[in-house]
Design a binder for this molecule. Sequence first.
Ligand SMILES: [Zn+2]
Ligand SMILES: [Zn+2]
Length: 238
Amino acid sequence: MSFGAPKGEKLRDRSLLTPSLSMNSLSLFKDPKLSTISMLRKVNKLNEDEKVQFEEKDFCQLCGAEFKKFLKPRHHCRTCGRSVCSKCCKGSGENRICDMCITEDENKELKNTYEGVLEEKQNQLEALRQNIISLDKRTAEKKQQLEINKNNLKEDLKKKLKETKAQLSNEIEKNETLKADLEMKREELLKRKEELTNIEYNLGKKKTFLKTKKEKLEEKELELEKIRAKLLKYQEGG
Ligand SMILES: [Zn+2]
Ligand SMILES: [Zn+2]
């Protein structure tokens, strides 16, 4: 809505306006020149059914132009009751509205629009915030689960490592025993071999000794045979 809008449209819009005391009209109190009007307006608006009280001024309350009969007639804004010249208002009769009220309405509308946008953005922000919270929560849960999995894996690995180590240790021990056994048996075998060599050596010695004895025995037998033959010859001859 702007000052340049078609008259008819503007007037129709006017009829929909609810004269009520808004934050915008309260802000008028900041301007000392307008405070009286606003106060008046406030009083007027206390009763919705009551008509706006017209102000009877000699000068336009917006531009300050002096009113003159026919040349510059005085008009009254039906919203605030200000005395205004024709340049400072729009519409006619019961639909007349001063530029100040138009600006005020436009501000109100703008404010409503911005408030709407603000609310929408705030809602979006809140939704985003909720999303972030839920995401954070899920992330935390995932992290926790991951931590649990990690710990479980670690425990499993530790257990398996311990088992493998024990197994390996066991096998090493077994191997060690086997090795010791083998070593013992080897030593025993060596000893036996040595004994066998000794026995063989002794046997050889005995064999040689026996052979010598046999030879001597044969020699002696031969001698005995000779003696026997001599004896026989002697007996025959005797
Ligand atoms: Zn004026
Ligand atoms: Zn007005």
